[in-house]
Design a protein. Sequence first.
Length: 192
Amino acid sequence: MDDLRDNPRLSLDELRLLVARAKSGDSNAFARLYGQYLTPLYRYVLFRVRRREDAEDLTQTLFLKAFESLECYRDTGVPFSAWLYTIARNLIIDYFKKKKPVRLEDQEVLCENLIEPMYTAERDAVGGEERHLLARALSGLSEIEQTVVIMRSIDERSYEEIAITVGKSEEAVRAIKHRALVRMQKVAQKYK
C-alpha cells in the first residue's frame, strides 16, 4: 500500500465516498482517511498540548474514537474533518481537565516539539528564535483562539469548518482570528 501520510487533499466527492466505504466496514477506506488527516490533526493536538508523547497518545485515541463512532457520523454537509477536529478538541479539553498545562519555563521542550510537525519549507524558513517566539505568542492565547489560529493559519482549514468545530459563526471565527493575531503580534514586538 502507498504511504498514507501527507496525501494530497482529496476532493469532497472522494472524501464522501471514502467515509461511506469506511462506514460500511472497509478498513482500507478508513486507512486512507487516517492518512488524509493524520498530519494536520497531530499538528493541531501537538500545538495545543505541547508534549510530543501526549500528542501522539491523543491522536491515536482520536482515530480510535472516530473509528468506533463512525456509524454515528451523518453527512449533513458538514465537512468530515470538522467532525474529526471536534473529537480532537473535546479530547484536548478532557486532557487539560486531568493535567496541569505546560508552563512557559518548558520553552525548550515546547520549541523542540513544534519543529517536528511543520512542513520542511516552513521548518527551514522559521529559525529557532522565531519558533520560540511563535510558541510564546501561541501560549498566551485562549483555548479557542489557539484552535482558530492553528486550524486557519497552520492547517489552512476553511472558516466554515472552524466555525463548526468551535461552535461559533464564521464571522465570530474571523473576529477571533483577527484579535488573536493582533495579540500574537504584540507579543512578537515585545520580544524583538
